[in-house]
Design a protein around this ligand. Sequence first.
Ligand code: B1M
Length: 212
Amino acid sequence: MALLDDLRQGVIDGNAPGTTSLVKQALSEGTPAEKILNDGLISAMAEVGRLFEAGEYFVPEMLVAARAMKGGLELLRPALAAANVQAIGKVVIGTVQGDLHDIGKNLVAIMLEGAGFEIVDLGSDVSPQKFVDAVAAHKPQLVGMSALLTTTMPKMKTTLEALNAAGVRGNVKVMIGGAPVTEKYAMDIGADFYAPDASSAATRAKAAVQGR
Ligand code: B1M
């Protein structure tokens, strides 16, 4: 569809005003939010990653593309989180220490919100101690950790160890995810489960807190 192609290109080009106006247009034309997200925004970020790997894009280009994507994502938030169901539990979520990538984590938070979770979003670059403090303060049923860098994945293990050391690990289920993370890694470090994307994160989180 031409409009979603233009939207995808707008994100790749880092055109934030163009991205927001095309998302608004797509929504007003009745395009489903999931389609705008997948075919426009997410698909664009995959291309940005490819351009970065190919040496055609550098950090500044990734950054402006990410800003454009975030603006579009905010407009989709109400439609994506529209389930409007009663709270089924609380999640403390964050991107692990040393890692600034927060778009995927934000998307997971939106889908969890849509599945009925109350969200405590700690942001990005979250230290193990900050996760521990948030679990103690908010008493969630679930902790979600995101990592996009192979170099920051080990912080997931460190955070699990910190939760253990603080004596709060037994009170929560821990879900992990992010592009380099795998099911096997989740099992190896002692997380409860892994989710490959935002919608499966919501389904699996719901099943985990409801004991299914
Ligand atoms: Co960076 N970056 N980046 N970057 N960046 C990647 C991740 C990279 C794959 C690019 C590449 O080389 N192709 C590469 C990592 C290589 C590796 O370690 N394997 C990389 C690199 C190297 C870097 C720097 C080191 C670059 C540098 O400085 N030389 C640097 C690191 C900074 C740091 O964090 N300390 C860096 C910086 C940045 C920006 C700041 C410029 C920007 C981030 C802006 C922001 O997030 N606010 C950025 C971006 C935008 C990317 C790419 C292009 C896009 C990431 C993204 O938003 N994807 C990325 C390339 C790529 O992924 N193709 C790349 C869209 C998002 C919707 O998908 O985050 O995968 P994703 O989330 C998905 C799933 O993974 C899953 O669900 C989400 C939705 O379906 N998921 C979860 C995510 N978290 C989950 C948690 C869960 C469950 C599922 O449970 C809790």
